[in-house]
Structures are given as C-alpha cells and as structure tokens.
Design a binder for this molecule. Sequence first.
Ligand code: GCB
Length: 680
Amino acid sequence: MWNLKRVWIVLVSATLLYANAIDIEEYEEVQQDKQMPARKPFNYSNVVLPRPTVGLLYPRESEMREVRSLDGVWQLIKSNASDPLQGIREEWYKQTLRSTEHEIILMPVPASYNDVTVDQQLRDHVGTVWYERNFFVPSYWSKDRVRTWLRFGSVHYQAVVWINGQLAMRHTIGHLPFEEEVGRFINYGNENRITVMVDNRLGNRTIPQGQVTKQPADNGVAYVQSYTFDFFNYAGIHRSVHLYTTPETYIKDVELKTQIGNQELGRIDYRLIIGNGSVSTIKTNYMLVQLRDRNNVVVAHQINHNLQNGTLLVPNVKPWWPYLMHPLPGYMYTLEFQLKVDSEVAPLDVYRLPVGIRSLSWSNDSLTLNGKPLYLRGFGKHEDSDIRGKGLDNAVLMRDFNLLKWVGANAYRTSHYPYSEESMQFADEHGIMIIDECPSVNTDLFEPQLLENHMSALEQLIHRDRNHASVIAWSIANEPRTKKKSAEAYFGALANYTRSIAQGRPLTAASNVDPPPACMMSQFLDITGFNRYNAWYHNPGRTDMIVQSMYDEARKWHEHYKKPVIVFEYGADTMEGYHSLPAYIWSEDYQTELFSKHFQAFDKLRQLKWFIGEFVWNFADFKTEQTYTRVGGNKKGVFTRNRQPKDAAHLLRQRYHAIAFKLDNASLPADLFNYIIDWN
Ligand code: GCB
C-alpha cells in the first residue's frame, strides 16, 4: 500500500512538474512526515535506489563557456509560519514579491537569513521564506545556440525555483548543489525575474531529522522547530548562484580516478559524458586531453576518439601529498578537455578542472596515501560564522585554512554535512585531507523512506566530491542511534549501497554509543570512528580519568571490528578569557589540561599502528539552538567564533607540528616554542 501510494505521488509530481505547478498535498507529503508506517521490521531490499546524479560540473569559464554570478542583494519575504505554502496557493511567483502584502527584507546571497537582521522572528522562523531578484541575459547567449544553466551551490533545506513565473526546478536536502537548463524560461536580451521558495522545516524523514510542533504562546500559537543535533538550523541560499552557458554539444560530466605507479608514473583514468544526443551522432569528433602543470606547461596529452573514457599517463609525476608530509604539498595539475571537430579549429567545448594525482588504499590496520601510512591530526569543524551563519564567505574560508596550516593540522571532517565546493578546492590546494560527511546526524526512527533520502544525500555528495584528491573517506553518519537493533538492517543496506558508489574511498562514521558490541553500524565500515568526551560529559572535572579510559576504549573498538580506528571527537567547552588555577571546567586552563591528557593516550595508541587519527572537537566556537547547556553556542572551539586562538590552540599547534616532524621530518615553524632559558 505504502509503495503504491509513493508511486502515485511520483506520478502526480512528474505530471505537475510538466504542467508547471506545485501540488501542495504532494509537497507536504514529501517534505513532512505525516505518520510512520506501522510495518516492522522493514524490508530494505525494496528501497528505491537514488537516480544517479549527472552533470553539475563546477561552473568554470573557458573560451566556450561564460559564467555570471547572481550573488548580491536579493529581496526576501517571510511567509506566515501557520501557512507556509500560502505563496504557492496564491501564486506569488507569478508577480513580484513587492506586490504581495508582505514586508520586503533585503537579504545578501550567499548567507543564512537568520542573523542578518535584528528580527527575532526571522531568526527563529519556521517554514518558508521567498527570495527574488531580477537579472539580464544578453541576447547573444541565445543566438550562438548556447545552453543556459542555472546552478545553486546549496539552499537549505528545500528549494523551489521559478523563472519569470514558470517552475524551473526543485531540490531537497541542504548543502548540495543543483542545476537545470533554463533557456526555455529566459527572456534573452531582456530582464528576467527569479523567485526561490526556501523551506527550513525538518521532519522524521529529512536528512537531518527534526520536528515542527504547534505550541501555545502568549499571542496564540507558535510553530516551534526542534532537533537533537547540536548546531543552529541556519537556512537560506547558502552558497553562490550561477548562471552559466555551455555550447549545444558539451562536456556534461567528468569522473576521474588517479593512481601513482612505479617509477614516478602517474595515471589518470577518466570517464566522460557528452551532452547532446548519443555519442554516435558526433562520432567525427574527438577529445584533445591535456594535462598542464602549475606553470601551465603541458606534461601529458592525448587525442582520444572515444568520447566516453580514456587513460592519461603522466611521467615524472608530482604526486598530491598532504600538508607537512612532503615539501611540495597539494600539488594540483589542470586537466583540460577540448571537444573538437576534425575539420574545425575552434573546439566545440572546453572544460578544465584541477586534479591532484595520488593513490589511496586501506587495510585492516592502515590508511595509506602514495604507499605511506597516514596519521590524521585535525578537527571536526562547522560552516558557521557571525552574521553570515552558514553562508559561504571566502574571507572566513581563507582564514580557516590559514589557521589550519598555522596549527599544523593535516585533516578535518566536514561535520555534519557537505561543505562548500570552494572549501573542497582549497583543501586540494593546501593539502588538507577531508573526511567527507553526509548530512545525517543523530539519525533515528529507521525506516525505508528515510533510508532512501539518506542514500540520496550520499549519492549527491559522492558525485559532487569524487574528483577531489583531498577526499580520503566518506562518513555516512554522525552519532546515529545505533544502540537500537533496528539500526543494523538500515546501516547494512546503507553501507552496501554506498560501497557500490564509493569511488575508491573507505567508509567511516562517527559513533558515540558504548564500546563494542553496542554499535549496530560500525561492523559495516572500513574505518571505525568514535566520539568520546572523557572528563567532559563523562566524569566532568576529572582530567585524571582520561588516559587509561581512552586507551582501553580505542583498543576495544579495534579488537572487536579489526579495522583502523580514529577518534573523531574529544574536547571541552571553554569560555575565552576565563582562567582558573587549578583548572576548572569551562576555563582555558581546563581545555589545555584535557588536551594534554588526551595526547598521552593518543601517543600510547599510536604505537599500535591501527590507531590512525585524532580530531579535536571543534575547530571554532559555533552557534547552536538556544539551550541552558550552551552559552551563546557551543564553546568547544580551539579558536573563537571570530577565529582567534584560545590558549589550547598553542599547545595543539606544538603537538601537531611535532607529530609532523617525528613522522615525516617536516621542519618546525621558527615561532613554535617561546624562548625560556638557556638550559646549558
Ligand atoms: C557530539 C556531536 C557534536 C556536538 C558535540 C558536543 O558528540 O557529534 O555535534 O557538538 O558532541 O559538543 O556536544
């Protein structure tokens, strides 16, 4: 019955999309959880696997492509929380937002809308907001038979987009890009209007999950969104909006796999999808593939009449190495694809993408890059900053990478969702390794439709990030409720599916349940990860209860699953400027002491070679939902929210650089240790 109903919904929605309208009942059915089906235990073998994502190459200019930004100041109106879909019923997209009766708020894009104004209702809004702006498209874009695409880097959580009043696209799940060819909606050589409805409501089947409840309030009722995850549910158009062109026949998708062979021979295997009809109709074409080094010198090239795949060999390759593991970290080449027609000089299409060449492999006790075992020293992070919320800000992003390098980190986990594509590019260039996490956090109430959405989140993430040298593992979840027996079949199915699309990376996740055998997920992973807050949530104040406990627990995880082990989270909330001797929780002194004890445990564990990484929680302080355990947010940052160091940052820096020195002979920064005395 359930499946029939869903087939019906899919059919109706396909018809409505065609008919250029949104059906409110269907929208709510997909968006919100109505009721949980009663049938249990679930049979996950019937879940509908996600349709593979195709396209979505990062918009890059070339001689055959133009990119225009639609970032800037948009107009925004907030719908009434009691009637989030009023705008669809009243067809607000057919007119300007100004002609509705709502107050126009000016809103920067990209940014979360929550903290830009001083309006508490907008900060805590539940439901939909509507964005709008006008833009021009030159007339020559249509004449040259180009295709026009509209691409969003991410909108949280659900987006519906209209152009000139016509439905252009929809997307669900935040933090991931989506695009559509929009030429048919555009007035070329004229002004156009784009309208975006953004819905921040989370339900039992969204990724991540949340709940909206109606509660009595002084002026009637209030709609309250609650969630168990520990970061603010920022919403809005979070990343850049691009309008870009491709030629009629174009390079639609590129998939890369790289390897380092013997005698410094690099290898790039590529798979291509050409847009416009079948490959056979353009068989007189060929692909000129060129690899350029950092100085723009062509170091390998190839003419390939097969437009679907090929292999490029790179002699004397400069491998991609992580920061401080090699004197030349983050070496990136540019891989250039030129789609050519024999008789013509000008190519049909040109697309260039950065590529780092490296081999990645793993075993039951190691993770190796270019044949060398890795030891990861890093952070769990957040995309979070003052005023902008989760909005992309290149200044903050660059500051973060400067701090990561200052502190000597070589890795971070994109806790708890995919980070911006720009941050992935920075990670490639700086040699920072990424554990790439999908937006599943505190997942509970396991059932098939949730699994389908979870699979889709991973599919979209892997498709987006598969070509990044920096990505060394996929994290399928953070702290799901895996003590429950019902988690076992769910994660078995999820891991099976994810492994089938994993693009040469191991699977991991962060578990916080008791040491084995309590976790019903970790058995399906290639790398065991756990989060543990010794001397914070467990035994607060007792820094004398860290070393042995951490050591024993990590060993238990390894003995049980026989996989490499990473500690993905440990740490302590710390108020900047609060000091206490002897150390007392929440003080800077306590954070420093707690770190130091963990370092002792990690050093003992490092002797056992399966222990492959330590990640502090968190890189910087970040905003959370309002609650009495958080003073202005989560304060476990090593840096403040404004990206200045707390005391513990200096200790961490000494450790991370010292590890790089011990393991990879990296040179130490001259200012790592302050002068104290001449000991001789
Ligand atoms: C955790 C979560 C993280 C929280 C952290 C904390 O285990 O994974 O999202 O922010 O604990 O500080 O409580």
